[in-house]
Design a protein around this ligand. Structure first.
Ligand SMILES: Cc1ncc(COP(=O)(O)O)c(C=O)c1O
Length: 411
């Protein structure tokens, strides 16, 4: 008898099937209607969205929608081809020009998703004789980029400059000529903590390594003109490659990499996740281009960060066990027990608030998280509503603890 290819999934299926009887299922929830960047109909009721990564609220921006509708009418629903064949329209080039202007760099390549940007750039740049050095909390797309490539992969402890120094020193001792690519993130997606890019880039440069920073959760959110944590921390000139996504602040889908490396354009000829997939549809390209222009010229960051401070401080002051000190629009409540986390999620939905339930293996240190990601489009009234509901459910489940146990957050 042939082996059942699905047998290896039994442990995860068993976990999935052991969801408590009658519990709301966080894995099958769907938005029946989306009313705005911050509200939707879920299970027939109006729900405040507190976990969508829609940091700038761009999904319903009138100018972005108008640009998308115009492109849809003029160019159709899709390109039906790869960038290297029939899938490059003038609008794809304009989007890349917009990215170059946004970052003030020489080169930009647009991918069909941020996932593919990491997959393609990491696996293509680092060859068999090279090293990729990654933070242990890296996003799955970074891990998958490493797995797809042929380089030696070395991990360092999350946001730990001393440990990065140790790893790089050892590589250099063993292989003085090796090419090294250090991969960092501006903001880590699950807990919302920022990377100490100043220290990490200084160490990387001292060991003659290239630095790539994934700003998926920080484009639009940080920096004087919204370029991300590298701009915020004043280290853009130390960074060789910035990767980002259009699926969060930009409000649509797609990914990109920008760089000043003089040979960067060679990647269009060798990077398989760029070459062997269809390009973005014209409507998506048009709305992404418009959103980037708006992010560069409109300051939505102040409102977003005010909202974030209010939610983080409110949750902390209520006595929740918070993942970080509120360094970004991401607020994550740590819940020790997985079934309690699932129950928490279900109770919040019943109360009219949608948050992300984040469970292992998607989380660092196998944490169970109720993860919020705020938007500049949220009103203070909506944040008060979220806080009220979090506190009701937190009390019901016995999750509020003495504040003195936690690191301080002011807000
Ligand atoms: C840090 C990071 N990089 C890359 C991605 C992938 O982005 P996309 O949704 O465009 O594939 C994500 C998405 O969650 C992310 O959090």
């Amino acid at each position: 008898m042939s082996l059942d290819l699905f047998e290896k999934f039994n442990p995860i299926l068993n976990d999935y099937n052991s969801l408590p009887e009658g519990a709301a299922n966080p894995f099958t929830v769907s938005m029946e209607k989306v009313l705005s960047p911050t509200t939707a109909i879920i299970n027939g009721r109006e729900t405040v969205l507190a976990g969508t990564n829609n940091y700038m609220g761009m999904t319903f921006n009138a100018e972005c929608m108008e640009a998308a509708q115009k492109a849809l009418t003029e160019f159709g629903t899709g390109t039906t081809g790869s960038r290297t064949l029939n899938g490059t329209y003038d609008s794809h080039k304009k989007l890349e020009d917009t990215l170059k202007a946004f970052y003030d760099v020489e080169h930009a390549i647009v991918f069909s998703t941020g996932y593919q940007a990491n997959l393609g750039i990491i696996s293509t740049l680092a060859g068999p004789k090279d090293y990729v050095v990654i933070d242990s909390d890296s996003h799955a797309s970074i891990y998958d980029g490493c797995a797809m490539g042929n380089a030696t992969v070395v991990r360092f402890k999350h946001n730990n400059p001393d440990n990065l120094e140790k790893r790089l020193a050892r590589i250099r001792r063993d292989d003085p000529e090796a090419g090294i690519l250090v991969v960092l993130e501006g903001v880590y997606s699950m807990l919302g903590d920022q990377a100490p890019l100043k220290e990490l880039t200084a160490i990387s440069k001292a060991h003659n390594a290239y630095v790539l920073v994934d700003e998926a959760h920080s484009i639009g959110v940080f920096g004087e003109t919204g370029r991300g944590v590298a701009q915020e921390q004043g280290v853009e000139d130390q960074i060789d490659f910035i990767i980002g996504t259009f699926s969060k602040s930009v409000g649509t889908i797609g990914g990109y990499c920008v760089s000043n490396h003089p040979k960067f354009e060679a990647l269009r000829l060798v990077c398989r996740p760029y070459m062997f997939t269809a390009s973005l549809p014209p409507s998506v390209v048009a709305s992404a281009t418009k959103a980037l222009e708006l992010i560069a010229t409109t300051n939505l960051r102040t409102k977003l960060l005010d909202n974030s401070r209010k939610l983080n401080a409110g949750l902390y002051n209520a006595g929740f066990n918070m993942g970080t000190k509120g360094e970004s629009p991401i607020a994550a409540i740590i819940i020790d027990d997985q079934n309690t986390a699932i129950a928490f999620w279900g109770e919040m939905i019943k109360e009219g608030v949608y948050v992300n339930l984040a469970l292992p293996p998607a989380t660092p240190n196998r944490l169970n998280l109720m993860r919020c990601s705020l938007s500049a489009a949220h009103t203070f009234e909506q944040i008060d509503f979220m806080l009220e509901k979090f506190i009701i459910v937190g009390k019901r489940l016995g999750l509020l603890q003495k504040i003195s146990k936690q690191a301080g957050i002011s807000g």
